[in-house]
Write a new protein. Structure first.
Length: 202
């Protein structure tokens, strides 16, 4: 399975184990670099902030910082969420081609969480296309009733999207007012973290 390799009568660490170790170290570095920026965003907005990575066909939350006075959300560290029913999921998919996105989502069984959950690969792709244009994706009560989220991408030094950050609100205006300051702050926070990880194209 690639975890160890044999050379004559000797054994050495295999590439699979190296790959898993690298993934773990990358996530540790990501959380370390992102934490001060996420805490600052929580302080400014007074709302919960979360960060997720892609794992298989799900998004996995690897960090969450609550605000003292904020409402509580479904997410918690280690929790998984479908890509089609979350802002972070749409962002994590967005660097793939349209064909790759449709192919990946065609393997998924769409579960309806709320009356706004997207139920087809095509409808998810439409929102991802919009997210590419505006630099952020939304969750319009698609996973939790009464919870609206805005998510923005984090890039590494290669220009790859390796994570997404998201902030949740309880009012529909949280995602519909395109001029709102919080959208700018979320995008700027994601950019700042990306720069810390070596991304230079902003």
């Amino acid at each position: 399975r690639g975890f160890i390799e044999r050379e004559g009568n000797n054994y050495k660490v295999g590439l699979k184990l190296v790959e898993l170790s690298s993934m773990k170290l990358n996530n540790i570095e990501l959380k370390t670099e992102a934490s001060p920026y996420l805490r600052k965003l929580v302080h400014i907005l007074g709302l919960p902030v979360q960060m997720a990575i892609l794992e298989g066909n799900e998004a996995v939350f690897i960090e969450k910082i609550e605000s003292i006075n904020a409402f509580r959300m479904y997410s918690q560290i280690g929790k998984r969420i479908p890509l089609y029913a979350s802002g972070v999921g749409k962002i994590l998919l967005s660097q793939n081609t349209d064909e790759e996105i449709l192919s990946e989502l065609s393997k998924v069984t769409f579960e309806t969480f709320t009356h706004r959950t997207l139920t087809s690969p095509e409808s998810v792709l439409d929102e991802i296309k919009e997210a590419r244009k505006q630099g952020y994706a939304i969750d319009n009560e698609e996973h939790e009733e009464g919870i609206f989220c805005i998510a923005a991408p984090i890039y590494d030094y290669r220009g790859q999207i390796i994570a997404a950050i998201s902030v949740g609100g309880k009012e529909p205006q949280f995602i519909t007012d395109k001029r709102a300051e919080h959208i700018t702050l979320i995008k700027e926070t994601a950019r700042d973290i990306s720069r810390r990880l070596g991304y230079t194209k902003y």
